[in-house]
Design a protein around this ligand. Structure first.
Ligand SMILES: [Fe+2]
Ligand SMILES: [Fe+2]
Length: 269
């Protein structure tokens, strides 16, 4: 994790090239949060609360919808503050055929048509969102760092973990095979979420301090977390966990196979 010896507290302090680079990030994130808030039930088309089997699931969804709407609103404010207008993107992601800045996982997968589909998808992607936010909590632009701190609490510590428990319940109540098939289908798309390794954009994000970890560092943390959490659900971690829908990530092998866990249990003993 990188640290920086400069910081911006107000949008008007940001250099123009910083603003443009930040907008690249915000525009993708706006599509995720805006789309998630929409599809999980904020409009009439959002049907996700209805197939939920029990009150506790609908309760969780109600809180999650409110969180996602807050996340989208926060991004909207951040964008407006740096002189960008996210209206068009939000419109696209809600009703448009073309979704310029949306990521594959959200456009290619059917993640919203059943309770099990939704929970497997959320277990994978919400954790990815939480880790991406960890990377930006030390951002040099303080309002953006603060948005990420909130997002980490919601996605990294709440949405993803509740969905993991819901997947485990579903596995234990007779949906193992279907859940495993969905895990195998969705995992590669979630693996892609962090972006390719060593891109020009990644270098710029790190140079400006928009985020503090590389895509590979984030992906390794997610893989380690998923290996642990998928075991908790009773499902199998993919046999080839480096294969994404868009490409391979063999550069993560060293991080995934290294011995951090052993060091931790030595300390515990
Ligand atoms: Fe969110
Ligand atoms: Fe979320």
């Amino acid at each position: 994790m990188r640290t920086f010896d400069f910081v911006y507290t107000q949008p008007d302090q940001l250099p123009d090239d910083y603003r443009e680079q930040l907008w690249k990030f915000l525009s993708i994130q706006t599509c995720i949060e805006g789309g998630m808030a929409d599809a999980t039930g904020i409009t009439a088309e959002g049907i996700n609360t209805y197939p939920m089997p029990a009150a506790k699931h609908r309760h969780f969804m109600a809180f999650k919808m409110a969180d996602e709407a807050d996340h989208a609103y926060g991004l909207f404010q951040l964008s407006k503050d740096i002189g960008k207008d996210p209206h068009q993107l939000l419109h696209q992601v809600r009703v448009g055929e073309i979704k310029d800045r949306a990521l594959d996982a959200f456009t290619q997968l059917d993640w919203n048509s059943s309770h099990l589909r939704f929970e497997v998808f959320a277990m994978l992607t919400e954790a990815a969102g939480g880790i991406a936010s960890t990377s930006a909590m030390g951002s040099t632009y303080v309002p953006w760092a603060m948005w990420n701190a909130r997002n980490f609490i919601d996605e990294g510590l709440t949405h993803s973990v509740l969905s993991m428990h819901n997947v485990r319940d579903l596995v234990e109540s007779g949906h193992r095979e279907e859940a495993q098939a969905l895990m195998d289908e969705m995992y590669p798309f979630a693996l892609d979420l962090f972006g390719a390794a060593n891109t020009k954009n990644e270098a710029a994000y790190l140079e400006f301090g928009i985020k503090t970890m590389t895509n590979t560092e984030c992906r390794v943390i997610w893989m380690r977390q998923m290996r642990e959490r998928i075991a908790i659900t009773g499902l199998n971690f993919p046999g080839d966990p480096y294969q994404g829908a868009r490409g391979r990530y063999d550069e993560c092998r060293e991080g995934l196979e290294s011995n951090w866990g052993a060091v931790r249990s030595d300390h515990a003993a």
